[in-house]
Write a protein that binds this ligand. Structure first.
Ligand SMILES: [Fe+2]
Ligand SMILES: [Fe+2]
Length: 317
């Protein structure tokens, strides 16, 4: 009988935003041995597709309409984001300076590949025919993938593959890419909960993994800077470059478009949502697209601030 650490326990883990700012893990404590007990035998037990198999997708989510379109667009985009992350992280495995960090990034490659799989599979649960999967992803998310993910991928590959810059890659993943995309995932879990509980469980599971990725990534960067203080300037420059890139990527447009589509579906299915609260004291049915976007933005800022401070790169703020 293995005990599942609290931060990896499906029912007891904190939320992503809370966990990513409070859980302390290092590559030594979250090595391969830890992962085997915590993830395949912990988080994932009974949820091979990321959710309890007894949860099926409600009929109204499979019918054509704004709600289904919003979720297909979101999961198509995120499945490609996870796929790209898994591939890029392979370069960090190759240049990891020691066994603990090599093992950690090997587990993260597998985590991201699994996220890509569960998002993709949920598109099938929403009624996308398997033969049509590639075309559906292109139709629903192709333009956003090119506008947002391709530049992020190019940035990451330049650092990790072309420059073989280990610290740069760690910071790029934990601060610039995942740290910035993660809060949208937390929003997703909260808003889909009453409408598509299987999707909310998929988000929850990915969020639990993300707590580990963000906290270990920060710990690795922190340790590296303690051992190699001369690398600090370069890391600060990279974070600044990454944050500048975020200001020009059309992420707000993308999220707002998705939230507006969701809003139309929400109005249509207000009876299903009932008095569900998206956060304490706030009914989901009373929220607006702008309000939900602002909440995700606020979490993003808070997470970035706490991570950068933790690593010792608060000057980048
Ligand atoms: Fe992921
Ligand atoms: Fe991740």
């Amino acid at each position: 009988m293995t005990t599942i650490p609290r931060e990896a326990d499906f029912d007891r883990a904190p939320s992503l935003v809370e966990g990513a700012t409070s859980v302390e893990l290092t590559p030594r404590t979250a090595n391969l041995r830890y992962w085997l007990a915590a993830v395949p035998q912990g988080t994932l037990v009974g949820r091979p597709d990321g959710h309890d198999p007894s949860l099926s997708v409600p009929d109204f989510m499979r019918e054509p309409g704004p709600l289904r379109d919003a979720l297909i667009a979101e999961y198509a985009f995120r499945s490609v984001a996870e796929d790209k992350a898994a591939r890029a992280l392979g370069y960090l495995v190759a240049i990891a300076p020691d066994t603990d960090t090599m093992e950690f990034y090997a587990t993260q490659v597998l985590d991201e590949a699994r996220h890509a799989m569960v998002f993709r599979n949920h598109l099938l649960s929403l009624g996308v025919p398997p033969d049509n999967l590639g075309r559906a992803i292109e139709a629903f998310a192709g333009a956003d993938i090119r506008a947002v993910l391709d530049p992020l991928e190019a940035f990451g590959l330049e650092v990790m593959r072309d420059d073989a810059d280990f610290l740069g890659g760690v910071v790029t993943m934990a601060i610039i890419i995942e740290g910035a995309l993660a809060p949208a995932a937390e929003l997703s879990e909260r808003k889909w909960r009453p409408l598509d509980p299987a999707a909310a469980e998929i988000d929850r599971g990915a969020g639990i993994d993300e707590i580990r990725h963000l906290s270990v990534g920060a710990a690795i960067a922190k340790q590296h800077l303690a051992d190699h203080p001369a690398d600090r300037e370069r890391a600060l420059e990279l974070v600044a470059r990454g944050m500048r890139m975020w200001t020009v990527l059309p992420v707000h447009d993308l999220v707002l478009r998705r939230e507006r589509l969701f809003q139309r579906g929400l109005e249509r299915h207000a009876d299903v949502v009932g008095d569900y609260e998206i956060w304490p004291g706030r009914l989901l049915v009373d929220t607006t697209p702008e309000e939900r976007l602002a909440a995700a933005d606020g979490w993003s800022l808070e997470m970035r601030r706490s991570r950068l401070t933790d690593i010792g790169l608060e000057d980048a703020l």
